[in-house]
Design a protein around this ligand. Sequence first.
Ligand code: NAD
Length: 459
Amino acid sequence: MPVLKIVDPATLAVVARVPADTAASIGKKYRLARAAQPAWAQLPIAQRIDAMIRFREQIVVQREGLAKILTREVGKPITQSRNELNGVPGRIDFFVNHAAKVGRDEVVFADRGEKLEEKISHEPLGVIANISAWNYPYFVGSNVFVPALLTGNAVLYKPSEFATLSGLEIARMLHQSGVPQDVFVPVIGGGEAGAALLKQPLDGVFFTGSYATGRKIAAAAGKRMIKVQLELGGKDPIYVCDDVDIKTAAEALADGAFYNTGQSCCSVERIYVHENIYVPFVEAFVATVRGFKIGDPADDTTYIGPLTRKPQLAVLKRQVADARKKGAKLRTGGKPLARKGNYFAPTVFSDVNHRMELMREESFGPIIGIQAVKDDSEATRLMNDSEYGLTAGVYTPDRKRAEAILAQIKSGSVYWNCCDRVSPRLPWSGIGHSGIGLTLSTYGIQTFMRPKAWHLKSV
Ligand code: NAD
């Protein structure tokens, strides 16, 4: 049996060895899930809701231990691991409170004279794959498996190979909460395990990860005519207007860009600043970034930890070299830190433009480019000049001005005076290379069900 090594990105020490799946074991897991799914779907929804409420309780009670595991394998600063876990109960509450209503049968037409009724019912998709990312394993995982389980699906859950221990904790807690072993099934391994999982006759694939992998998933799923959802990366822009409080905006955006060491799909990745305030904004931004504490992610005071994946260091180095070559000004950082682990110095460039990779390709690390713009229309044009379209925002006290700009932005989510934010009540989706389909909101419950149309004529 293959073994997956779990490496602490802060020390590069191997912290665990986990048995991984093979194509044969994945096939077996699939068959067991297929056999178990109908009974799970036939339970009254109240029982599935009760299981999710018990799962929620376990997350609350076991938060500290779970946060330590997450920090150990992903390198996420411990306070941020706790924050992630603290955010999960609210999401579960949303799903639990809305699942029954969303899944209810609906009579949409009834005509006594014609003796005709039209009704919509909602059936689970069946057996789905949830192929997940490591950067927020509890968030991005629960956005999929919680509504999928509530609506009666069986889930083959492949955590990222960089968040396997957290994935196994999730499986343990769900099973202890009453979800049968064969209804929520962890599949362990890297890309090859994901690819083997896709070969099973699934009813849907729900993927969170990079655009590069998303394309492969779409190609595999497309041939099979099954439901496919892809939540991919972003190159999320923010425009700072000339009427803001400069220090407040700079501090908020530095946090939006560098939280989770810049490894969020909705991290701020590009900043456009009105030329009237460009110089003082860059100064305030750089001062904030220089104040960030870098260090051991297990330390309560650390804000910037290591990158989770070592190869990302090379991506950042390449973006730095390319930006410098094309005339950008390096304001701070710019290279890996001389210490053990995958550390990269928080990096800020000014005087950037769209010929630079830094402003075009997802960085997914502690690095940002800040570009001056002459007015709102130039900012709008530049924000839309991207293959991605996940989130975008505008900072200004003037709501009308912000809404006029945001209405023209091609993006799944838009923000006014906030950023790097996700709400369970709102749909989470991307445009272009940021993906297809959505999670969260009531649409993110519906998406795990197939609406069936009933044409009923009595005689
Ligand atoms: P990744 O694409 O490297 O991996 C994601 C998952 O796909 C992993 O579980 C991996 O093992 C699996 N995988 C890899 N190759 C596969 C293949 N050929 N077939 C099937 N599965 C395969 O992404 P990552 O590094 O885990 O995550 C980072 C990316 O995810 C970033 O681009 C980030 O923006 C994005 N992301 C998006 C969202 C969102 O909601 N839009 C949320 C979190 C992360």
